[in-house]
Design a protein around this ligand. Sequence first.
Ligand code: HEM
Length: 125
Amino acid sequence: MHKFFYDKLYEHPWLKGFFEGIDQKVIEDQQTDFMTSNMGGGKVYSGGFPKNVHRHMFIPNELFDIRGKVLRESLQECGVSKELIERWLKIDGAFRHSIVKSDISQCEKQYKTDEIVNIPKPPGF
Ligand code: HEM
């Protein structure tokens, strides 16, 4: 399912900018482990907290909603049941407040080498 989802994100006119230079397979596996842990499948995820991982990315509410739509579509297309889709999106949405920022000034570098990531909405999108 995450291969499907990230194929879409890596092709999306706005979202793809965030994933430039990032290995798709690695992020798919991290996301799978993350959701497994969050859905009660035991502690398999070993990555960072979403708040830290996305600290330097300017992600406005609108973009979070767009990603949510792509996620819903991917789950539907993979034949996931309605109940599970709702449960999944609820868990995913619970991270909105720790990822979304209303202004670029709220972005912080986690590591010295981090760049603040600000991908403007493509014109006409
Ligand atoms: C529009 C919204 C989002 C964007 C643009 C985005 C973008 C990214 C990017 C670019 C990375 C790779 C970071 C790196 O390797 O340096 C990443 C990692 C990750 N994201 Fe997101 N993300 C979004 C929302 C979410 C949400 C809602 C969740 C959880 C529910 C999430 C969970 C993760 C996880 C678990 C990782 C892997 C962290 C690690 O390897 O330590 N992301 N995200």
